[in-house]
Write a protein that binds this ligand. Sequence first.
Ligand code: SF4
Length: 284
Amino acid sequence: MRVEAIEPHGFCSGVTMAVKKAEQALAAQDEVYCLHDLVHNETVVGKMRVRGLRFVEDLAEIPDGKTVLFSAHGIGPAVRQAALARGMTVVDATCAFVARVHRQVRTYAERGLPVVVVGHAKHVEVAGVVAEAQDAGAQVAVVAEACEVATLPFPVGCAVGVVCQTTLSGDVVQEVLAALRVRHPGFETTPSADVCTATRDRQEAVRAFVAGGGDGVLVLGSASSSNTRRLAEIASAAGAKVWCAVDEKDLENLHFPGIARLGVTSGASTPEEVFARVLAELEK
Ligand code: SF4
């Protein structure tokens, strides 16, 4: 079996920036709290916990006046205002791609457009975008798949503004946009439809690897990572056999019978050293 690294891998720009901000906050303060996982990777979160970062799921768990770090996935305006009102020092590690979606939502709201968020309603990033739309006074609804467009609570044919979770499958986004074209022909969206560059590049590389004859794909990353899960789905839909692992320890339980070319890819929050250790272990 030949093992090949599928490029690109390693941290995306948003994860690199979030980790750097966390390190800077820890260097400046003893007590730093991170609201939600800094990024969706258990190796990164585990390392940060060891270094002293305290993870909470609710602002109420943080004492007044402490430092709070907002994760790469972003938060709604009310959370920021509540933190400031309680005298907290805010360190915002929201990824620039996610921040752009928040700005777009406000632009739609100012023009009176209802907002459609394409994404997974329970994902932290989507919750923040929905909160932004509500804060700006817009009506907002979330759809994850094309079949859900029929259930949107807006009058058929009305103009809507569309944004997307940054880590979706580009194919799924296009299917939803096709359904919107029928129900809301005047809808507006951004040219990139908001799927970020890091997510898109990795998805295209996996498709190209399978199209080029790769018959197996190992996806590295945590189950909580949206862009990691999309890579596995895309590789499988392209016709490859797919395995998932967090790090090299998971390889003990994985076997690749009959695979001639195994490609290794990773979610955008999987550390480069994990990628290197998995490749080295596979080579053995
Ligand atoms: S995957 Fe994309 S949106 Fe998420 S942190 Fe990385 S660059 Fe930002």
